[in-house]
Structures are given as structure tokens and as C-alpha cells.
Design a protein around this ligand. Structure first.
Ligand SMILES: *Cc1c(COP(=O)(O)O)cnc(C)c1O
Length: 433
């Protein structure tokens, strides 16, 4: 976008189409090209030295940055209201780099019990190898989160809308706990997207996404992103976030928090975590996700509207014991959803079958239009029975607290015609009895 000071600041749908993507300076190409290159020629030896010393911004090597990736980062940072962003290979890579930047061995962080099953595994198992210790707390009870804070706690991690339960989390209340403890609040905004909820407005300091889901939106690319909200002051924090505040030996003693101020966290994730761990996003995937985001506002409006219609229809079905969706007026979570996600509560929700585990397994095989697979946030409608798939590795207690008990079916409602979706559900439910 050309900066026009005589025009009002662009709004959300305009940013979704234009942010980060000016016509290509050398070719005039209107759509951001797929810069399918590993490396970039330096102007001269001094230029090369200044890039490596972080004295100038520029491309060196696609493990660390790439122009297609940069356009995507600028767009998502603009949509989230952040100062900078870092796109990486997957949502899990984004989470890994966030904690790699924040934690030292022996540190603790608090995570919501209501989380995506893959995140539960990542925190419980792989993080243990680094001696990063997760403490689980009920995110529907900010008091329980406050009670879990110790002097070793370095961050709080929650989802804005929790997967798979479709539960809207009280971000302002949890942000107050984080602020009191002097630690950053990290929000996984995958299910809401910035169209439905902008966590920064509710006190988040760092936002992460699995762009694999609604941001990309078409089920064709894995990707993740870290957004630095620019709100946390690393330099004056009572806790020592060493990657940010200690002199960095690999950059001539530079202190990242001092040099980069309110976007130091995004820089640190890039120049330390991404540089050394290496989960770079492929330029092709960055391109597909960038294109997907252009229709994000239209898709999210349709996804949310369809989800409410399908959920209402399910509520009236004899085979269905309950429907858990913050988008329904019957939900105890509805008022909070209207406050934090006024445009809709997303399109991922769960319902329970009176026939329990066996009915769940049978239903997923009986559906024809819904695809039975382990993903969400696709234009196509998707279904899964978490207890026999995504949440299989968890204990019964973990499954139930994550909203994935034996009778639970999870839907991710697409942008098809509602009548076709309910017709498919009707024939599959009828086959249960
Ligand atoms: C899918 C998902 C992730 C993990 O993202 P990947 O891109 O699959 O690595 C993290 N959080 C939530 C809420 C997700 O739905």
C-alpha cells in the first residue's frame, strides 16, 4: 500500500487485501511473487557485513527471511495490530520458537487446560527435554491461573477460542493476572483469527497462529506465525528474559531489547530461534496463505453464520445430547463471546451423541459431504471424533478436561450451503438408530 497521509487509516478488509503487498519494485508484478530462491546477492562486502551484524535490514538466506514471507508477516502484523511478525513452518514451530525465546531450563509457564491436543502433547512431552515446565490451569477460572503463578513462571499461554470445545476465554481477566505477575500473555488466536478477535485489544503481548487453519483457509498449506504486540517491556521486567536482555555473543554483544525496542521479541525469535532451530516456511506456502488471507473477512463471516445455523439444527436432533458452541444463545459462554468476538464465535464446535463412543465412530464414517480428517478452518466442512483420533494419546481425565470425552464429535463448518450440510448430518444421524 502507498502511504497516503491524506486518507483515513485503512480498515480490516482493506488491510487483508493490501497490507504488505505493494507491486513488485523491479517487475511491476501486482501479486506478490513466490520468491523461490535460497539466497540474495549482496551489494558489496560492507553491505554483507552490516546484514550479518543486524546493522541493516535485508535478505541473506531464506531460512531467516524471504520477500514472500515478509509480505505475509506484514499483513498478519497489520491485521493483529502488532509491531512485527515472524512466519514459520507450522503453528507448532511458532509455539516452539516463542518458548525458546522466553524460557531457560528450569523455567515454568502456565497453560490453559483447554487447548488443542497437539499443544498439550508438545508442552507435556517435547518441552520436558528442554526442562521447560508446563503448569496446567483451568482457563475458565482466572483465579486458578493466578494461584498457579510462582517465581519461576515466565508466561501464560491460552487460546482465544479453545479447540476443540469452542469455548471463548476471558482474555481481559487473564491479562490482568499476567500483568500483576509481570509476565507476557501469549494467545493462540487460530480459531478466532483477527477478524473475530484481536487479542492485543484484550491485553495479549504475543499472538500465535496455526495459519494452516482459517488464515490460509483452503486446507492446502501448513504454516505458523508469531505476532509481537509490542506491549511487553522486556528491559524493565522484574524477570530476566535472557535472550532479550543479555548481551548477545553471536551479535557482538548487542542487547536485542535495547536495539529493537517494541519489536525486539519478533526479532529475537527470528535471529536466534529461527536462525538456529530452522523451521522456515516455504515461499510457496507463504504465497498460498497470503492469497488466502485476502478473503478472510468474507470467509469468516460465512463460516460463523453457517456454524450458528448448523449448531441450532443439531440442538433440535433426537440423537444429539448437547451442543457446545459459544455462538448459541443457549451457551453459558455466549455473553463472553459477544463481548470478545462480536462478529461471531468461529466455526469450530463440539456436540455429544447419546450413543457415546460407538455412535461417534459410526457417525464420522456415515457422513458424505463432511470430510473425516484431522484439520479445521477449511472452506470445506470437516468432522472428527477426537477421542479416537487427535486426543487418543491423552488420558481420560485430560480428554474430558480438554472437552474431548468419548461421546464428543467436533465439526469445523465450511462455507457451503447450510441446507446441504444439514442434509448430510440428517442421513448420517438417521443411520445411527
Ligand atoms: C492446528 C493447531 C495448532 C498447530 O498448528 P500446526 O500448523 O498444525 O503445527 C496449534 N493451535 C491450534 C489451536 C491449532 O488448531
Amino acid at each position: 500500500m502507498t502511504d497516503r497521509t491524506d486518507l483515513p487509516a485503512p480498515q480490516f478488509s482493506t488491510l487483508a487485501v493490501h497490507a504488505g503487498a505493494a507491486p513488485d519494485a523491479s517487475t511491476g508484478a501486482r501479486v506478490t511473487p513466490i520468491y523461490q530462491t535460497t539466497s540474495y546477492v549482496f551489494n558489496d562486502a560492507d553491505h554483507a557485513a552490516s546484514l550479518f551484524g543486524l546493522e541493516a535490514f535485508g535478505n541473506i538466506y531464506t531460512r531467516i527471511m524471504n520477500p514472500t514471507q515478509a509480505a505475509l508477516e506484514e499483513r498478519v502484523a497489520a491485521l493483529e495490530g502488532g509491531t512485527a511478525a515472524l512466519a514459520v513452518a507450522s503453528g507448532h514451530a511458532a509455539q516452539f520458537l516463542v518458548f525458546h525465546t522466553l524460557l531457560e531450563p528450569g523455567d515454568e509457564f502456565i497453560a490453559a487446560r483447554q487447548l488443542y491436543g497437539g499443544s498439550v502433547n508438545q508442552f507435556n512431552h517435547s518441552f520436558k527435554k528442554f526442562n521447560w515446565n508446563v503448569v496446567w490451569a483451568d482457563a475458565t477460572d482466572p483465579g486458578a491461573i493466578a494461584a498457579a503463578v510462582t517465581e519461576k513462571t515466565k508466561a501464560i499461554f491460552v487460546e482465544s477460542i479453545a479447540n476443540p470445545g469452542g469455548l471463548v476465554i476471558d482474555l481481559p481477566a487473564i491479562s490482568a493476572v499476567a500483568k500483576k505477575a509481570g509476565i507476557p500473555l501469549i494467545v493462540d488466536n487460530t480459531l478466532a483469527t483477527p477478524y473475530l478477535c484481536q487479542p492485543k485489544l484484550h491485553g495479549a503481548d504475543i499472538v500465535v497462529h496455526s495459519m494452516t487453519k482459517f488464515l490460509g483457509g483452503h486446507g492446502n498449506s501448513i504454516g505458523g506465525i508469531i505476532v509481537d504486540c509490542g506491549t511487553f517491556d522486556w528491559s524493565t521486567s522484574q524477570h530476566r528474559y535472557k535472550t532479550l536482555v543479555d548481551p548477545n555473543e553471536s551479535y557482538g554483544g548487542m542487547v536485542l531489547a535495547e536495539t529493537f525496542g517494541n519489536f525486539a521479541f519478533a526479532i529475537a525469535c527470528r535471529v536466534m530461534g529461527l536462525r538456529d532451530i530452522g523451521p522456515a516456511i516455504a515461499p510457496m506456502n507463504a504465497f498460498l496463505i497470503l492469497t488466502g488471507i485476502e478473503t478472510l473477512p468474507l470467509r469468516m463471516a460465512k463460516h460463523s453464520e453457517n456454524a450458528v445455523a448448523v449448531a441450532r439444527w443439531l440442538e433440535a436432533c433426537a440423537e444429539v445430547a448437547w451442543v457446545n458452541f459459544a455462538g448459541l444463545p443457549s451457551s453459558p459462554n455466549h455473553a463472553l463471546a459477544q463481548k470478545l468476538c462480536p462478529r461471531g464465535a468461529g466455526a469450530v464446535f463440539t456436540f455429544g451423541l447419546k450413543g457415546g463412543y460407538d455412535a461417534g465412530v459410526k457417525l464420522v464414517s456415515g457422513l458424505k459431504l463432511f470430510s473425516h480428517l484431522a484439520n479445521i478452518g477449511d472452506v470445506r466442512s470437516l468432522v472428527i471424533h477426537p477421542a479416537s483420533t487427535t486426543h487418543r494419546q491423552l488420558t481420560d481425565e485430560q480428554r474430558i478436561s480438554a472437552g474431548a470425552g468419548p461421546d464428543v464429535v467436533r465439526l469445523s463448518i465450511g462455507i457451503e450451503d447450510v441446507a446441504d450440510l444439514t442434509a448430510d448430518l440428517e442421513q448420517a444421524l438417521a443411520a445411527l438408530s
